[in-house]
Design a binder for this molecule. Sequence first.
Ligand code: HEC
Length: 465
Amino acid sequence: MELTYFPIHDYGPVMKGMVIGGVGIFHVFLAQFAIGGGMVMAWLQWSAMRTKDPQVTADIRTFLDGYFKILVLVSFVLGALTGVAMWFTSIQVSPRTIGSMLDAFHWLWAIEWTFFSLEIVAGYVFYRYGPRLPDATRLALLGLYSIASWFSLFWINGILSWQLTPGAWQGPEDVWVGFFNASFWPSLFFRTVVCLTLGALAVCVVVNTMDVAEARRRDLIRRASTLLTPMAIMPALGAWFLAVIPDDSRSWVLGGSPTMTNFLAIAVGASTLIGLYAVAMRFRRNLTLNIATSALLVALAFGATAGGEFVREGVRKPYTVRNHLYSNSITPGEIARLRARGSVTADPYPLSDPERYPNDQVRLGAKVYRFQCSVCHTQTGVNGLTHVAGSWTSEQKRLNFSHLQQTRGFMPPFAGNAEELEALVQFTEWLAADEPAQWPLSQDPATTAQIEAWLVDSGTQRGGH
Ligand code: HEC
């Protein structure tokens, strides 16, 4: 199949991963809360129907039909909006990745959408008519909302976990092999526990706004915090997830990449604190959860989500679909051909500001950077080329750019010819020199020959760790 070029959006000094990650963390947090919120509502409704104490039943109704319902609605709406924002940004950053996800899971994605629709309908009916309905109908609606929202997680989880562990998947005909992949179950269970935790914590925050006696508030908190119990199996689920992800990904989070290790530590640390508090709440009856403490717990939960999502995205590098598609939208099988032909020779999109560059060689370098590096690096901003290689000698750049996959295992192999590589070196040096108006051409045949030899030496396969 001929490689298709897509226009590439430039966010200036901001790394593309940060744009997606920034939107993504809010989305995941809100969407998981919307699921967990529904689950705790169903749980409380059930609990209200079981108790013999009419006062408790009344309190639960007041609680559910008061602020809490609105909170779940707001997060559901914001979750849906940030979800659209997610696809909107990711399709700009990597159209080919989103395209292959659609190719692989077209109908499953459509099924996800039907559950999402069911979730909207059930949620809206409860929101609109809930207070007037009998208890059994309320429970049925909340149950339907929870099941539908959990299934939308189920379907999307298969597609996202496939990106990291496609396993034996070879193409769109292997739908189920790809969907029920190695990290499918651990991440589904893990996320389900996270949903319950977020829902239960939010109950603890909102209960504080109720104008009833302390003891009655505490009773509600106690009921909701039962749903924090599954947190106990989170370490096991986390270990299961780590056990099934690829070896190199695991080695990064366990020390190989300090950044990823730190983010994992944040996620684990924040979750542990929440867990300890949940245990304390269970065993120390008079422990109150005031608004400040519970807001702090929710903030910790946000930190844990942020850390966890960062790690999940990070460990997939250098792929967006492991072994099938590199983050810069080049497939492993295309590298050899692009090395022979040049990676941007057929790229039809002009540079957005060609006059900015001093000569054609630097312009070529800018195009190569845009096509091969810009998905993970900026020019001079976050993880900018000038930061990672600015101090290197020209020789060092030539050697390491040609051995990109061995330089750092997070990077795909360089996928262009020697002329393009030298242009990229010149582009980087011109940037590091503060973009002077005049820049000499670098056209020594010995240099080209050296780069060619190095490219052969590095090979077209992925690097080690
Ligand atoms: C899949 C994402 C990705 C792509 C694509 C990518 N890089 Fe990197 N690169 C990284 C990461 C992550 C680092 C490590 C940053 C850190 O350690 O803080 C890195 C580091 C580097 C370094 C420093 C290596 C070191 O050991 O200090 C250089 C040089 C570099 N990249 C050049 C490039 C060039 C040139 C391209 C394009 C031809 C490119 N990268 C494409 C992700 C990528």
